[in-house]
Design a binder for this molecule. Structure first.
Ligand SMILES: NC(=O)c1ccc[n+]([C@@H]2O[C@H](COP(=O)([O-])OP(=O)(O)OC[C@H]3O[C@@H](n4cnc5c(N)ncnc54)[C@H](O)[C@@H]3O)[C@@H](O)[C@H]2O)c1
Length: 282
């Protein structure tokens, strides 16, 4: 039986752990904060119980999957005997590097160390370990219990065996992996999403159409479940803005420059659903 440790019990880590337990993997979830582990457990219970109510999951199966995620605030205990570790702590390079250094010391030498980072290629992190060939990016999508895709990104030193083990873990937990052979900013999905949404912002800034009509055009004409502005409100406009700013600063390319209207929303604290107003009111 595959033994997995998930490090960080935030919005991603909690559901990565739960999805893995649903796939029959033996999981230990670790966070520094006991409170965070408790709220991860409560939130996972809520998600699975809603599935039970809808008749999509048996009650016994749900209880088994919930019990399948063990919790600990002790990192060494979490990775004991692990075949695979997925790190999902805050998106902060120095923090991830220090967590990887600790994982390298505590986890079995043949365990794969994967990062769920959305922006940091594994080569920026793996050099603090003695096993860069066993380090890889494994990028899940929010919410993990719903979103099927996993982007597996090979770093310059990642071995073929590590890539295969990562692809096969993704499949084992019921997810569809895609392999990205080069470390590239934004991987596949965010690159395509950014290009399309940047174009939507250009149309808005040029006064070509209202944001409502651009959303409607994309929803009805391209069959996206949400247009770029509705999606921005859902994700958080600060997240959308910071992603653009990051791309603009790292590449210096004008095409990544954040839209002035997006910047104005963020400066006004209108960040989307979470603040009650973004492009739309909630
Ligand atoms: N939220 C998303 O939509 C999304 C999507 C894909 C990838 N990601 C990536 O996943 C990672 C986590 O994102 P999130 O949204 O779950 O963050 P989050 O803020 O919800 O959770 C981060 C968790 O890490 C814990 N943590 C911090 N330092 C730690 C340490 N040293 N040891 C153990 N635990 C520690 C925190 O207590 C917190 O529970 C980030 O790298 C992010 O880029 C996020």
């Amino acid at each position: 039986m595959t033994r997995l440790a998930v490090i960080g019990a935030g919005s991603m880590g909690a559901q990565i752990a739960q999805q893995s337990a649903l796939g029959g993997v033996d999981v230990v979830l670790h966070d520094q904060s006991a409170e965070q582990l408790r709220s991860a457990r409560d939130s996972n219970r809520g998600h699975l119980m809603r599935r039970v109510e809808k008749g999509k999951l048996g009650a016994a199966e749900a209880e088994k999957a919930l019990a399948g995620v063990r919790e600990t605030t002790d990192l060494s205990e979490a990775v004991q005997g692990a075949h695979f570790v997925i790190e999902a702590v805050f998106e902060d390079l120095e923090l991830k590097r220090s967590v990887f250094a600790e994982l390298d010391r505590a986890a079995p030498p043949d365990a794969v160390l994967a990062s769920n980072s959305s922006t940091m290629g594994i080569s920026k992190i793996a050099d603090v370990t003695s096993r860069p060939e066993r380090c890889v990016n494994m990028h899940f999508f929010f919410p993990v219990l719903v979103m099927d895709l996993v982007e597996v990104v090979r770093g310059p030193q990642t071995s073929n065996e590590t890539v295969e083990r990562t692809m096969s873990l993704a499949r084992e937990i019921g997810r569809s992996p895609v392999l990205i052979n080069k470390e590239i900013d934004g991987f596949i999905v965010n690159r395509i999403l950014h290009s399309a949404t940047q174009e939507a912002y250009r149309l808005l800034d040029a006064g070509v159409a209202s944001f409502e009509d651009i959303d409607l055009a994309v929803e009805k004409g391209l069959n996206w479940p949400m247009g770029p502005f509705r999606l921005g409100d859902f994700t958080g406009l600060d997240v959308t803005y910071n992603a653009r700013l990051h791309m603009y600063r790292t590449t210096g390319e004008q095409r990544f420059r954040p839209s002035p209207q997006l910047e104005a929303k963020v400066k006004a604290g209108k960040l989307g659903r979470k603040t009650g107003e973004g492009w739309y009111r909630y």
